[in-house]
Design a protein around this ligand. Structure first.
Ligand code: P1T
Length: 389
């Protein structure tokens, strides 16, 4: 059955799981976990659909079809982690002497990966304020290969105009990569806005339960997809069949979870905005957010991530974080349970203090992944922890 005309919620449940994986598989409602690492051939010179699980696996194929459907792209590829997807992408596209432009606020691990490439293959990276498309255009050079964006960014929730930047990039033959982890395909489809490549840390909202590490790339270009598939196999950066099964399962409730993450996040961002111990709140759904209109124009929601500056500095931030009872102090995001962390000391500790300063990641900054618990319970926990400082 073609699900082309079906809505997101329907596609998130059905695409890929249609019991047509292997001969003999007739009527499973849920895609089985195919553990076999290799597949028998009938003839030496005849290739089958599946030959060796690093190259392709039926459970992964089901998931990859769903990835493509949810991001509204022709192709989806699964990876062992978000960073494995990113590394494979760089491996496929970057040659010595190339130049990459990145948003100056990106996940710390992505910046660390760029640094490795700078050391190993003479890649040059310029990190710029992509909230202004003309700043991005001014950074383009003849050697520029990629523009790498997050929108909203991690951890400052800044937003860039994906359509405007894609139009600029294509004038110069430059590819646009958008890491869509924070909004998930439920709220935003960067490829529909003109981006060439969409990247995800599947570990977050897509898997949704803090029990899988995974990554994905979605795109429309056949030649580029074949190159990426070749590198996915050559590097072996693939997810396990069990993890693919877990993600297929988690995805079925993505729309329900995202709606609840968002309504809780909006309530908590409004609560924080009115709190005397909070100096500043970053949430794209607040009218006070500097790129509120851009976010509204290109996405159907604002997501479940909120950051804020506590009054004081590192001491107050640490005291607050260690006083919480319901929020778990942990890296990562996008799971059903609320997580909270200190970017400068945790998720963005791998980049230099100077880079953090340029990006605006201060010692008073706290990042919250709002879960799907009851919002009154969450606010009560924040209130008691504010009372401790
Ligand atoms: O952790 P992994 O699945 O490899 O994904 C890396 C990654 C890529 N892109 C974004 C926007 C991310 O936030 C991440 C991982 N981020 C965290 C672990 C974190 O706590 O921010």
């Amino acid at each position: 059955m073609s699900h082309k005309d079906h809505s997101f919620d329907t596609r998130a449940i059905h695409v890929g799981e249609e019991a047509e994986f292997l001969e003999g598989s007739k009527n499973e409602v849920v895609a089985p976990i195919y553990l076999s690492s290799t597949y028998a051939r009938k003839k030496v010179k005849e290739h089958g659909k599946f030959e060796y699980s690093r190259s392709q696996n039926p459970t992964r194929l089901a998931l990859e079809q769903r990835y493509a459907s949810l991001e509204k792209t022709a192709y989806g590829l699964g990876f062992a982690s978000g960073l494995a997807a990113e590394a494979t992408l760089l491996f496929a596209l970057i040659k010595p002497g190339d130049h990459v432009i990145g948003f100056d606020d990106l996940y710390g691990g992505t910046k660390r990966l760029f640094h490795l490439w700078e050391e190993n293959v003479k890649l040059e990276v310029s990190l710029v304020d992509a909230t202004n498309p003309s700043v991005v255009e001014a950074a383009i050079r003849p050697e520029t290969r990629l523009i790498w964006l997050e929108s909203p960014t991690n951890p400052l929730l800044r937003i860039c105009d994906i359509k405007a930047i894609s139009e600029i990039a294509h004038k110069y033959n430059v590819l646009v990569v958008v890491d869509n982890t924070f909004l998930s395909p439920y709220f935003q489809n960067p490829a529909s806005l003109g981006a060439d490549i969409v990247v995800h840390s599947i570990t977050k909202y897509i898997a949704g339960h803090s029990d899988v590490i995974g990554g994905a790339i979605m795109l429309n270009d056949t030649e580029l997809c074949n190159k990426l598939k070749f590198c996915q196999n050559a590097l072996g950066s693939v997810p396990s069949p069990f993890d693919c099964y877990m993600v297929l399962r988690g995805l079925k409730t993505l729309s329900l979870r995202m709606e609840k993450h968002q309504s809780n996040a909006l309530a908590i961002a409004s609560y924080l905005e009115g709190h005397p111990k909070v100096a500043r709140v970053y949430y794209p759904g607040l009218k006070s957010h500097p790129q509120y209109e851009t976010g509204l124009a290109q996405a159907t929601g604002f997501g479940g991530m909120v950051s804020f500056e506590i009054r004081g500095g590192e001491k107050e931030a640490v005291q607050f974080l260690e006083s919480l009872e319901l929020f778990t102090l942990a890296e990562s995001l996008g799971g059903v349970e609320s997580l909270i962390e200190h970017p400068a000391l945790m998720t963005h500790a791998s980049i230099t203090a100077k880079e953090r300063e340029i990006a605006g990641i201060r010692d008073s900054l706290i990042r919250v992944s709002i879960g799907v618990e009851d919002k009154a319970d969450l606010i009560a926990d924040l209130e008691q922890a504010f009372g401790k400082i």
